[in-house]
Design a protein around this ligand. Structure first.
Ligand SMILES: Cc1ncc(COP(=O)(O)O)c(C=O)c1O
Ligand SMILES: [Zn+2]
Length: 457
């Protein structure tokens, strides 16, 4: 593509370097001068709002679209298209992503020590993770730009999402995943949706290194989260959440941190919402990492955020098993701007939090549960007050990692690991599957025992 800018509604979007602020070509990922990441900006918004509408006009337009039958209006991403880069309608690849529910978590609130707690469940997207909201925009851009192939390195959810959107859009897809380090259900999704799926004998960061070279040598469009169009799509979760809250911002939004694109996207959305007059204050955005995959925490604590401290990542929450996060500078800016914080949680804390979310009938994958585990710590530290409104971003569906859940309930999850001796605290949440003879009395006896147990609760 030779054009310098992509049209969006009545304004224009540009790709700008987050370091030196130079403008880049629309299909680039890094600045050619300083190698920093790029982000999409909308220079026209300074003079007038998107499509010439102010916040009130946009709120009304987006609300009206909820009763429309137009496929773009039915998407919880494209319904907000005025704040996205323009894609020609025929090129939009949508599987009706977004439109995800907000649940109140009464028991988790109690266990964390806050009066009210909400979860925005991005695992309720078509492929079961938040990745779909970004993928619909980036895959559509790839098709509009004339690419036939798309590719990603992934801890599982990106590959599942990319494979689905490529299939829907008639594109070919290539997936690089770390062998043995992603859940079977995510791997099975990418196979089912027809991607060429390669398990590399390395970790996620190694897959990224290989892929970066492949895309330089072949006409393949990179759909990793360094892709700025993905960030734009992922912004919509914050618009949707605020709409669900009647445009009254919560006090805290808590996000799991892996490659740090999601926190960057949510922060960008809130910054834009403030700029456009939707809200007058920013919620505090806090990022939680697994203790074994904590490069952002180390970067802040050891270098004051000056220089990334990459780590050899290790956690059972495989979706966030990332040691060299691409979007760390963007996420850091969001945390600072919103006066949020970072925290890390142990494997045991993640497993316990996941079980607590499951026990409320909601469920999520392990990487999402770091949010509740992190919240508990932030409340203890006094960073989150008991009367503040908190939203956890649950990023993946419970069925994304059924093996983890089964092992947890069977009591096998930590056997033979360094955490085994601490795993006793999990027993109250474990529900072992029972095997019985096909005998009515045995089942009734079990029911009576269970009923008796519940009465004591
Ligand atoms: C379920 C889940 N949660 C959280 C993350 C982390 O998101 P990000 O890499 O944008 O920080 C991922 C990333 O793969 C994920 O799949
Ligand atoms: Zn630059």
């Amino acid at each position: 593509m030779s054009e310098q800018a992509v049209k969006t509604g009545q304004s224009v979007s540009e790709l700008r370097c987050i370091g030196c602020c130079r403008i880049a070509l629309p299909d680039r990922f890094r600045c050619e001068h300083c190698r920093d990441l790029l982000e999409i900006v909308f220079p026209g918004w300074d003079e007038q709002g998107p499509a010439g509408l102010n916040a009130e006009g946009l709120k009304q337009l987006w609300a009206e679209r909820q009763s429309s039958f137009d496929p773009a209006d039915r998407s919880g991403v494209w319904r907000f298209r005025e704040i996205l880069p323009e894609i020609t309608t025929q090129e939009i690849i949508t599987i009706k992503e977004g439109n995800t529910p907000v649940y109140e978590l009464a028991h988790c609130a109690k266990s964390a020590g806050v009066q009210q707690l909400f979860a925005k469940h991005q695992g309720m997207n078509p492929t079961g993770s938040f990745k779909d909201t970004g993928m619909t925009v980036a895959a559509s851009f790839a098709r509009q730009a004339g690419y036939r192939w798309v590719a990603c390195a992934s801890t599982g959810n990106t590959s599942a999402s990319m494979a689905a959107y490529a299939a829907r859009g008639g594109l070919h897809s290539l997936v690089l995943i770390p062998e043995g380090k992603i859940s079977w259900s995510k791997l099975s999704q990418s196979l089912d949706y027809g991607a060429i799926t390669c398990q590399l004998k390395t970790d996620f960061d190694g897959c990224v290194r290989v892929l970066n070279e492949v895309v330089q040598k072949m006409p393949v469009y990179l759909l990793n989260s360094v892709n700025p169009y993905r960030i734009e799509g992922q912004k919509t979760v914050a618009f949707e959440l605020l709409e669900q809250f009647g445009w009254e911002p919560p006090d805290h939004i808590i996000v799991p941190g892996g490659n740090l694109a999601n926190s960057s996207a949510i922060g960008k959305a809130l910054r834009e919402m403030k700029q456009l007059g939707f809200i007058s204050r920013l919620p505090k955005i806090s990022v939680i990492q697994a203790e074994g995959a904590n490069p952002l925490i180390r970067t802040i604590r050891e270098t004051g955020g000056e220089k990334l401290v990459p780590v050899q990542a290790e956690t059972m929450a495989t979706a966030i098993r990332i040691g060299n996060p691409a979007s760390w500078k963007k996420a850091l800016r969001v945390i600072r701007e919103s006066e949020g914080t970072v925290e890390q949680v142990t494997e045991i804390e993640i497993a316990l939090a996941k079980a607590e979310i499951g026990a409320e009938g909601i469920g999520c994958e392990p990487a999402s549960a770091v949010t509740l585990a992190g919240l508990k710590k932030l409340v203890k530290q006094g960073f989150v007050k008991a009367n503040e409104r908190v939203v956890l971003i649950l990023t993946g569906h419970a069925l994304k990692d059924a093996e983890f859940t089964l092992k947890f309930h069977r009591g096998d999850l930590f056997v033979g690991t360094p955490f085994e001796s601490q795993s006793e605290v999990l027993q109250s949440q474990q529900r072992t599957p029972l095997v019985l003879e096909p005998n009515v009395d045995a089942v009734i006896h079990l029911l009576r025992t269970a009923e008796h147990g519940h009465k004591k609760d």
